[in-house]
Design a protein around this ligand. Structure first.
Ligand SMILES: [Fe+2]
Length: 324
């Protein structure tokens, strides 16, 4: 052993006890910035887990007529240990209330923006696009272009999901105008309803995970995603039905649209649904959805699944193997 290493070898019983090592004799500021870890001390950083929570105060505020025009974020960045607003490590959900005949402009640092109309009607101007929307509509808008949402003669409430945390994690800017990975896309509530009904008319077998309508777009058709890194699905659950327990590596940030007497089991814990709550299904958790009511349940699920598909690491599996 070289002489200059002998004191270190005596100071630690294992490489796991070593603090971050620095360049012994840096000859530049760049060399001084170097840090060295090892197999014993590099992989023990414990990040706070993604909680299996439901946001109910935020939709209550958004749906309250006394609330002024503005955004209400579902932000648990402090709990997640993130330095930027986040609902899950890579996804941010927020509500928007827009009072009658008022407008709300957004300029999110995101590659794309997903908007669901909970209530009301209005229009969104985004670059050259001018989209008239109503209750139950879903929009995708390109990042890097200001979006101005205006309500018609009654108040409107929107649910908006972006990948802002994904960009913030890497300190990235929004795409230049025209460079976003999506164009504006509009799925009307009536067409969504028609597509869901068609799934039930045709039927499925048990190898398919539920009767969810997956939203994609002309530019994302090859991947079946709604944005390169995000997936969006309108999941439906008939009265009295349980969706098979399963797990995947992507997180799900969901909006309960219709769900009386519905609940999820997440790693064995029961989570009751409430109207227009935003729920988090943590990555890798075993989960199933249950409808004890007498109406079809509907929930809109956004996942960071595009990242995992691209990385060949979705990790989807049913966990009730005996049912196959
Ligand atoms: Fe799932």
């Amino acid at each position: 052993m070289p002489d200059d290493l002998t004191p270190l070898a005596n100071a630690y019983r294992s490489i796991a006890e070593m603090p971050a090592q620095h360049h012994a004799a840096p000859e530049s500021a760049a060399q001084a910035r170097a840090r060295f870890f090892n197999t014993g001390n590099a992989f023990n950083v414990q990040l706070p887990p993604v909680p299996d929570m439901a946001f109910t105060a935020e939709p209550a505020r958004a749906l309250d007529p006394a609330t002024h025009t503005g955004f209400i974020a579902c932000d648990i960045s402090a709990e997640l240990g993130c330095e930027f607003p986040a609902t899950s490590p890579l996804v941010l959900a927020r509500y928007a209330r827009i009072r009658a005949n008022e407008s709300l402009a957004a300029d999110f640092v995101a590659s794309g923006v997903i908007v669901y109309v909970i209530h009301g009607s209005g229009r969104t101007i985004c670059g050259d696009e001018n989209l008239a929307w109503g209750e139950g509509d879903l929009l995708v808008l390109p990042g890097g272009v200001t979006q101005t949402h205006s309500a018609d003669g009654a108040d409107a409430v929107l649910w908006i999901v972006t990948n802002e945390p994904q960009l913030a994690f890497e300190n990235l800017r929004a795409p230049a105008p025209g460079a976003a990975p999506t164009d504006a896309v509009h799925y009307t509530g009536a067409e969504i309803r028609r597509q869901i009904d068609m799934l039930y008319d045709i039927g499925r077998n048990e190898e398919i995970a539920g009767s969810a309508l997956i939203f994609s777009a002309a530019r994302q058709e090859a991947t079946r995603n709604i944005l390169p890194t995000l997936t969006a699905a309108m999941n439906s659950l008939p009265a009295g039905v349980v969706q098979r327990p399963h797990r995947h590596n992507s997180v799900a940030v969901s909006l309960v649209i219709n769900g009386k007497k519905c609940f999820s089991l997440i790693d064995g814990k029961r989570k009751d649904w409430s109207p227009f709550a935003t729920t988090i299904t943590p990555p890798v958790s075993v989960h199933s959805h249950h409808n004890d009511g007498d109406q079809q349940a509907l929930f809109l699920i956004i996942q960071d699944g595009g990242i995992y598909y691209h990385a060949r690491a979705m990790g989807f599996e049913f966990t009730d193997h005996s049912a196959i």
